[in-house]
Write a protein that binds this ligand. Sequence first.
Ligand code: ASP
Length: 455
Amino acid sequence: MIVCKFGGSSVQNPSQIKKVCNIVLSNKKREVIVVSAPGRDEEFHQKITDHLLNIVTEGSHFREHNIDISKTKSYAVVIKKFKDLCKGLELKEDDFIPFLEKDLTQCTLKAEKREAFFLSRGEHYNAKIICAYMKRIGLNAHLSLPEEIGFILSEDYLDGKVQAQTYENVKHYFKFEEEKIYIVPGFYGITLQNEIAVMSRGGSDLTGGELAYALDSDSYENWTDTNGVYEVDPRIIPEANVIPRLTFKELRLLSSKGFNVFHFNAMLNCKKSKIPIHIKNTNNPEHAGTIIISERVPMEDLVGIAKLDNMASIHLQKDMLGEEIGFSAELLKIFGEFGINTYHYPTDKDDISILVEQEDLQGKINNLRRQIEKRLKTDHLFVTYNLSIITLVGIGLKENSFAIVDAISALKEKNITFEMFDMSPSKISFHIGVSQTISDIALEILHEKMLNIGC
Ligand code: ASP
């Protein structure tokens, strides 16, 4: 049995939904289908979930992001989206639209509960429509709402966490019969008070991951609009290949802001149960995609190269700091007090540097410096901004530390200097810090030398 999740772009219009049906039909093991809200609208190119948030916040959601879309416009966009789906799939509008209108105009809930209810409507009505369409074309589709399954979330209405009893409820609910297909709306669940709560944004991935875990499914297919996880960011290097197989750990190391394929928490339980996650493209189902697994034979040293931009390095100098017990602990405590997440800590006898995301320093760097100098009596503190950290990842690196030599030599050949170097304790990744101005070139050089061999 396979749990599949189809993301917003895979279910955003009638022709995409028809592709989903073909995919489901092409493998009988695809028995549990989790769906997102119908992606983006055609006029403003905003997600339907964001429009729903805009309606419930009286237009402040888009206003806060300097986007000029009123509550009334968002309402019209949402209704149009669902009407278009009904029309294109030849379903009766009256079976869905009046109920949606009522939910969006007559809801008496307040504050967070109200927001969660509105946010959930995208998935709720999309699942209803997709299920009705599947039935119309003769499939044995069955709508399974989170409230019926017993998909229980904590009472953090806008960031609900899956509760343990969900797993038992799921096991009891699903009965796998010949050709039966369950359609489940993602992203939301119910609290023990029977009220709707949503998980964090992108939460349909989590619904799929949790169902796959509870049902111990053979695999969890995550259908999206890209061919899989790329060895480097394809926006920088368009000829980048998709990585066919990688481990959960490698994926964690490769992910960086803006390059996340799916919600990480969705992996946690699949990882625990060693359920493979298969990332596939709804628009290109023939492509093999990427399989994420717990263990693999390392056929190559390196699988991918990630790049994290807009980093800053805070370099402290103090005679004998290496011998001062508790120095690093106090330093990290100060960063913690400012709510700043820290990355690597290259250190030496009289020096230590801390890498942070540059934007975390905004409005804080002055006081941070003051606290560090006052409490740790440092001799010097230098801040270098606009660094990029390039991370080379692969479980095979553990057996071949000379890959590091190849990477550094490749940079040397092209006269690319670097600011920082760090090998991770697991030995399956290493980091090279370069100035952001040359980071795309550095990435190209490393890709060419280390991954493009023989192409
Ligand atoms: N529709 C929700 C969102 O946009 C959840 C999801 O698509 O996974 O965040």
